[in-house]
Design a binder for this molecule. Structure first.
Ligand SMILES: [Zn+2]
Length: 398
């Protein structure tokens, strides 16, 4: 099954928090393996942390969003540092600059100052940062040039900037993440911009509960049940219609069948990343599987940093070596430093193409050899770089 990584969303949002467990379940069933959940102000960082503790699939991100800059307390920066220190698996976000309708309500000088402090913090902590930018790409580039480059990566979330700026942002370490907002851009402009983005820097996101994708066929959309703005006849694919969770097409068609039938405030479901995938793949003239694979790998690479959450391995194969030992070979994604569990020592482990510290290596192939234990089972323990007690992942090899 295709694996997807929602590189930017807000599952802690008060509009959907109550149904978040069901949204996550539905999205997992649809192939979404991870969600980068972005806090937006001091008020929701705790909730993001709790959700991340409850769900291995959630990558927590803490940040002060430009719309909420005026509400900050005097201790916001210390509090942010405390959250990032107490949550070694966390990235930074959502932070940014906004000269749009909403953003104009906040003094731009303040925005710049708050943004710069958070960007510097992300760089210092070697974590990625998720960046919101509306009508301020010139300012953003200038600040990033003064602060960057960013070897841990930055995510230009819901990117709607120009094709021309892509190479400059790329040089500084940027990834480009696409959401339903891309559908508001003229198609030929979007196509030109997408084609300017290097394939190893493309990400997909929903920005749920915002940015509902515009679609021609409503049957492909997932709706959120508690959203009272959704007319009754569109709610059938809601969160309580469990058996049809992953087949939105089972929903009976309402009168009009495209997005024009849906009220503007309709909330977005994280499983709608499938619609983004379809749209971006069509503009890039890639098939959906290819784009899913490449955007997933990009996200796993980006969200692999010291003490990040263990991300899943892809495959294990084994064979009997000439000397009778079992030989394992497995491929996995992300950055790992590797060791065996001392107490279950039968696995002698060595690696060939493992390349610690390199974010360019997409797949590490590692080989271990082992005599099987009496019950025919061996357990291999992988530890992430950073080596905190909680970041190991155990793999049963047989
Ligand atoms: Zn967002």
């Amino acid at each position: 099954m295709m694996k997807l990584f929602d590189a930017h969303c807000h599952l802690q949002d008060p509009r959907i928090f109550k149904v978040a467990p069901q949204l996550i379940k539905t999205a997992l069933n649809a192939g979404v393996v991870h969600f980068a959940v972005n806090g937006i102000s001091e008020k929701d960082w705790n909730l993001v942390k709790e959700m991340s503790d409850d769900y291995p699939s959630i990558v927590p991100c803490f940040g002060l969003h430009p719309w909420f800059v005026a509400e900050r307390t005097d201790s916001w920066l210390n509090s942010l540092k405390d959250f990032l220190r107490a949550t070694p698996s966390a990235a930074v976000g959502e932070i940014g600059l906004d000269k749009g309708f909403q953003g104009r309500k906040t003094d731009f000088k303040d925005q710049v100052e708050i943004f710069r402090q958070q960007l510097e913090l992300a760089k210092e902590l070697k974590r990625p940062a998720s960046i919101h930018c509306v009508h301020a790409f010139g300012d953003l580039l200038q600040i990033m040039k003064a602060t960057g480059p960013f070897p841990a990566g930055v995510i230009l979330h819901s990117y709607l900037g120009s094709a021309e700026m892509v190479p400059e942002f790329t040089k500084l370490g940027a990834y480009f993440s696409f959401s339903g907002f891309l559908m508001s851009m003229k198609e030929n402009k979007a196509k030109k911009m997408l084609k300017a983005v290097p394939s190893e820097r493309i990400l997909l996101e929903t920005d749920a509960p915002d940015a509902l994708p515009e679609v021609h066929n409503l049957d492909t959309l997932f709706f959120i049940d508690t959203d009272s703005s959704v007319p009754e006849e569109l709610r059938v694919q809601g969160e309580n219609s469990t058996p049809s969770d992953v087949s939105p097409s089972e929903r009976p068609s309402p009168g009009a069948s495209d997005s024009s039938a849906v009220p503007k405030e309709t909330l977005n479901h994280p499983a709608n990343i499938l619609n983004i995938l379809t749209y971006v793949a069509s503009l890039l003239e890639l098939n959906e599987e290819e784009l899913a694979e490449l955007s997933y790998r990009n996200a796993v690479r980006l969200f692999s940093y010291a003490d990040s959450k263990p991300l899943p391995y892809t495959s294990i194969s084994r064979r009997r070596a000439a000397n009778g030992d079992m030989e394992y070979s497995f491929e996995f994604e992300g950055l790992f430093s590797l060791c065996t569990a001392a107490s279950r020592q039968p696995l002698v482990f060595f690696s060939r193409s493992y390349n610690p510290g390199s974010k360019d290596t997409l797949v590490h192939r590692c080989y271990g050899s082992s005599q099987e234990s009496e019950d025919g089972r061996s357990t291999l323990e992988l530890m992430r770089t950073g080596n905190s007690a909680s970041n190991g992942v155990s793999i049963l090899l047989s």
